[in-house]
Design a protein around this ligand. Structure first.
Ligand SMILES: [Mg+2]
Length: 201
């Protein structure tokens, strides 16, 4: 079977990751959250670090001269991204690989930023393909259309799961517990990541 994992909030504890990223940037979580949302309001894509730093300078949180050093701090912080994986992430991926499944990843967001995140992850070795998209995830689903009955999507975001099911109705879905598991009406059961080992033989 082809098992397609989402990254944020599915394998990665993105909530903790963001809160520690704020610390690494020397700003409070409240400032981080507000600026994170505000700076990207008019942007077509998701998170862009440069734009976020520019916004923080513009709103007086940093001096322009600090930008370079803050960026370096974020790059160093990214090197520790493995610490933010859920504890069951690596064991689940290792076991599913050992059972002979083909693992892939699809992640949504600014390509450059997501590439930096994925590039620093040790678990990337388990994935035969990583798709990073700044378009809606379901626009990228042509990759699996021909073999949809043999594909399982593991994702925490109910809205995304419902969208994917509309396009690939014969695929299997494992909705993972998290802050986005009920952002859209659905009839899926909600699971912990380690339940994948019971559901997928
Ligand atoms: Mg997610």
């Amino acid at each position: 079977m082809i098992i397609v994992f989402d990254l944020d909030y599915t394998l990665l504890n993105t909530k903790k990751f963001k809160s520690d990223m704020a610390k690494a940037m020397g700003i409070s979580l409240a400032v981080f959250k507000k600026s994170y949302e505000e700076h990207s309001k008019n942007s077509a894509t998701n998170y862009i670090l440069e734009d976020h730093l520019d916004y923080l300078v513009k709103t007086g949180k940093y001096e322009a001269s600090q930008k370079k050093i803050i960026k370096k701090k974020v790059m160093n912080f990214l090197k520790k991204i493995d610490n933010y994986l859920f504890s069951s992430a690596a064991p689940v991926l290792a076991e599913l690989s050992a059972r002979g499944h083909k693992l892939e990843m699809i992640t949504y967001g600014n390509r450059r930023w997501q590439r930096l995140k994925v590039g620093n992850l040790k678990i990337k070795k388990y994935f035969q393909r990583v798709i990073i998209t700044d378009k809606n995830k379901h626009d990228q689903l042509r990759f699996w259309k021909k073999k949809e009955a043999n594909v399982c999507f593991v994702n925490d975001n109910a809205k995304e799961v419902v969208c994917i099911r509309e396009i690939l109705p014969r695929a299997q879905f494992i909705l993972i517990k998290g802050p986005y598991a009920f952002n859209h009406p659905h009839n899926f059961k909600v699971y912990n990541l380690k339940d994948c080992l019971k559901i997928i033989k």
